[in-house]
Design a protein. Structure first.
Length: 123
């Protein structure tokens, strides 16, 4: 996870902890109150929870936008650099998943052959 997204996550957790703490305190006070004061405290709790919900939706939207941008950048890179992408996938298969060399070479050959066929088929 990047430092920026980790910071956003920590801020979100801190915000929710603060809101829940305030809401809990207000609910405790509301339990001892009646009438108008109790209604005011319940309204304050509802307002705090609504603010927290809106903040969560805002951060969720930002995270979704970042994920979409990363997906577009990856898609653009793969289309602009297909052979490098095959090499990167082969390196990941070799080192991360410990796949044997022969299956990786065969998979790259098949991917290259199909990529070439598709490229010439649409020219």
């Amino acid at each position: 996870m990047t430092d920026k997204s980790e910071g956003v996550r920590e801020k979100l957790v801190d915000d929710f902890a603060a809101v829940l703490g305030e809401a809990e305190e207000m609910l405790k006070r509301a339990a001892n109150e009646t009438g108008e004061k109790a209604r005011d405290l319940r309204t304050q709790v509802e307002t705090k929870l609504l603010q927290a919900k809106l903040r969560y939706q805002e951060i969720e939207g930002q995270a979704l936008d970042q994920a979409k941008a990363a997906a577009r950048a990856t898609d653009d890179y793969v289309h602009d650099h297909p052979w490098q992408s095959i090499g990167i996938a082969a390196a990941i298969a070799l080192f991360r998943y410990k796949v044997g060399v022969i299956p990786v070479i065969l998979a790259c050959a098949v991917a290259g052959f199909l990529g070439g066929l598709l490229r010439y088929a649409f020219l």
